[in-house]
Design a protein around this ligand. Sequence first.
Ligand code: FES
Length: 184
Amino acid sequence: MPPNTATTRGGVGAESKDHPSGDPRFKLIDRTLKRFQYQQDALIEVLHTAQEAFGFLEEDLLIYVAHQLKLPLSWVFGVATFYHFFSLKPQGEHTCIVCMGTACYVKRAAEIVALLQNEFGVAPGQTTPDGKLSLATARCLGSCGLAPVLVLDGDVVGRETPEATLARVHTMLTTKKPQPVAVE
Ligand code: FES
């Protein structure tokens, strides 16, 4: 791994005290929860934040949000499936989320998006026609010190150049997506 590159997955990282998974993106959800003082009617805002950070609303996220807002999971599920702007599954086999927040933007995040768009013919929010790659952008993924930040199939990758990102995405597309590991 190049020395200027940082990745985290699951339980890695000093920023991970708030959520047992260690994924710094949960801090963004926590921030929105706090901003709305854990009020249950902030559910849609919180789901928006979660989707922006993770690209889609996997079941773990819905469980986390339901728990934090003290709402029945069935209710949270119902809201997430009712609104068309929420997505419960990634569209493509692989996902690439590029942070376009200010810190990442000034570190060439827009160039990364443009290069990916050009190479794979896919715009942010879309999936390639072969279903291999979904590209998404986010406002801030909560790891500005690693700017520019990407999330490739759940791996948080920092301090990337456009060229290095392109190589990573090509590698990702030829690799089978890792399956979640069952925890005993
Ligand atoms: S602006 Fe990209 S992680 Fe904060």
